[in-house]
Design a protein around this ligand. Structure first.
Ligand code: SF4
Length: 157
């Protein structure tokens, strides 16, 4: 293994430890928050860009539920349970503005570990209870997440 790959692996392991600890410390509190006070942030790189019809709203997309990727299943479950909102984000920078405007009590964030660590630190500042779900395949496009694990976290109560 070369030095760069080694460094990336050490970083990822540290991010994972940080995230696992935060998730476990907030899981009980998260389960106690009403679905209507929870939001979900999903990265746009999970979209199936070949067929995606999501509406472009500037900083984020609104899924058109075409079932071309896992986002529609996540959004459908969130809607069924009464979640406050689901955002398909173009980048992490706009999240803080959305949190300030919408004031959710809890959020679920899906992202790569690096983005997840930054997001958890941001929500901690605003005293928002957070559960982070890491992408199982990261990158700039065609990313993926464990859908069963995601649904389990969404339905926690
Ligand atoms: S399910 Fe939603 S986000 Fe996924 S490809 Fe279809 S419109 Fe786009």
């Amino acid at each position: 293994m070369d030095i760069c790959r080694n460094f990336r692996k050490i970083n990822k392991d540290n991010y994972k430890k940080f995230i696992d600890k935060k998730n476990m410390s907030m899981r009980g509190e998260f389960a106690g928050v009403a679905f209507s006070d929870r939001m979900i942030f999903i990265p746009h790189c999970m979209r199936n860009t070949k067929i995606c019809k999501a509406k472009d709203e500037g900083a984020y997309y609104v899924c058109a539920m075409c079932k071309g990727c896992k986002i529609s299943e996540i959004a459908a479950l969130a809607k069924e349970l009464g979640y406050k909102k689901v955002y398909v984000m173009k980048g992490g920078k706009a999240i803080e503005n959305i949190l300030n405007a919408e004031k959710p009590k809890a959020v679920i964030g899906i992202a790569c570990y690096f983005e997840g660590v930054q997001a958890v630190k941001m929500t901690e500042k605003g005293k928002i209870i957070t559960q982070f779900i890491p992408l199982t395949k990261d990158g700039c496009a065609d990313t993926d997440v464990d859908l069963d694990e995601t649904k389990k976290i969404i339905a926690l109560k």
